[in-house]
Write a protein that binds this ligand. Structure first.
Ligand SMILES: *[C@@H]1O[C@H](CO)[C@@H](O)[C@H](O)[C@H]1NC(C)=O
Ligand SMILES: *[C@@H]1O[C@H](CO)[C@@H](O)[C@H](O)[C@H]1NC(C)=O
Ligand SMILES: *[C@@H]1O[C@H](CO)[C@@H](O)[C@H](O)[C@H]1NC(C)=O
Ligand SMILES: *[C@@H]1O[C@H](CO)[C@@H](O)[C@H](O)[C@H]1NC(C)=O
Ligand SMILES: *[C@@H]1O[C@H](CO)[C@@H](O)[C@H](O)[C@H]1NC(C)=O
Length: 314
């Protein structure tokens, strides 16, 4: 085929035409090579885009139980070490799917109850329970936690707070306002155990995301969500996890569209959940979370570890 094309191009033409044809062939070759190069480089994260199934990638599943290491968490005050182990955990998400569920008592029966950021229990006990053993908090939520000590700092006997954030903002060495604030709080509420995810471990969280999704967190201009940190920490410390209020990965692309519900159960006037997920997933600039991509990974982890999802069940 290619031979015939070259024959045709060079066969009966005048020298001028032949020169032009050769130019075209050269241009064509350069174009083809460039295209291949672009395709190749966009492929370098072991991912390729398929319009039907979205991103497909070679998965490198990490054994999160072996991945866990205690020195990944730095105690803010005192000489506490993070050596929590729970047989059975309830991971309560902040989604409004939990409203009206009446599962508060079930949640409280779990050995450890894990919550995120400033999700309150007061006023929502019937649906979310009233115990909080572990709370995973984003650097951006620190102020909201500290503003309400009676809700977040001394409500339950011995709560554990784990803070995550960019090491430049939150680590001990950064000596920034955020670290000093967390330190002050840890000294004032001695029953509290506060930890900050160590810089080294923060990088491991990024690497984990890259390995599991084929996408580089920084290059794809996104942030890991508190949900990502919380799920990994839960897998590290819990033999079994019951997740309350998390939708499956493709929930928001269902037709007909799911009904609109607030993103957070405690912010009834807040943004719609699916709108938030989809906008974040598509966002190409700025501080986006890949909520849907993360859930695809969670769905895979659920096959390796003892994780069940309810409200909705999947
Ligand atoms: C792609 O996967 C291979 C293993 O299959 C790995 O060695 C390589 O580092 C990966 N490439 C990238 C860019 O992640
Ligand atoms: C560390 O904690 C242990 C047990 O809680 C205590 O016995 C020990 O004195 C502490 N060490 C320091 C340096 O505070
Ligand atoms: C909350 O705490 C109280 C007292 O500890 C307990 O009696 C109650 O059953 C708990 N659960 C709910 C869902 O309110
Ligand atoms: C702090 O812990 C002690 C001992 O575990 C307990 O008796 C006390 O009630 C706790 N204080 C608060 C405010 O929870
Ligand atoms: C998973 O956890 C549940 C609740 O703790 C337990 O009943 C069940 O036996 C576990 N399943 C496996 C396969 O370990």
């Amino acid at each position: 085929m290619a031979h015939r094309l070259v024959d045709k191009l060079s066969g009966f033409d005048s020298p001028q035409q032949r020169q032009q044809s050769q130019k075209m062939v050269i241009f064509g070759t350069i174009f083809l090579l460039t295209t291949l190069l672009i395709l190749y480089s966009s492929n370098s994260g072991n991912e390729s885009y398929n319009p039907r199934n979205g991103y497909r990638y070679t998965v490198h599943t990490t054994n999160l139980k072996a991945w866990a290491n205690q020195d990944g968490y730095v105690a803010v005050y005192g000489n506490k070490t993070m050596n929590l182990h729970c047989k059975q955990c309830a991971l309560v998400t902040s989604s409004s799917h939990i409203l009206g569920s009446n599962v508060g008592d079930d949640i409280d029966q779990a050995e450890c109850v894990i919550r995120m950021n400033d999700a309150p229990t007061t006023g929502f006990e019937k649906d979310v329970g009233n115990r909080s053993t572990i709370r995973v908090v984003a650097h951006s939520s620190v102020y909201r936690i500290i503003r309400r000590p009676s809700e977040f700092l001394n409500k339950t006997p011995d709560p554990v707070l784990i803070f995550w954030g960019p090491p430049t903002k939150i680590s001990k060495d950064a000596k920034g306002t955020l670290f000093r604030l967390i330190q002050k709080v840890s000294m004032a509420f001695t029953n509290l155990s506060t930890f900050i995810i160590a810089p080294k471990k923060m990088r491991q969280f990024d690497d984990l995301f890259h390995k599991e999704t084929g996408r580089d967190r920084e290059k794809s201009r996104s942030w890991l969500s508190t949900g990502w940190f919380t799920m990994v920490i839960a897998i590290e410390m819990c033999d079994s996890i019951h997740v309350y209020g998390m939708v499956p990965p493709y929930y928001c692309s269902r037709r007909p569209q799911p009904k609109r519900i607030p993103y957070h159960y405690y912010e009834p006037r807040g943004p719609d959940e699916c709108t938030t997920y989809i906008q974040n997933e598509r966002g190409r600039r700025g501080n986006h979370h890949r909520f849907i991509t993360e859930k695809q990974v969670f769905a895979r982890w659920a096959k390796h570890y003892n994780i069940t999802f309810s409200n909705p069940k999947w």
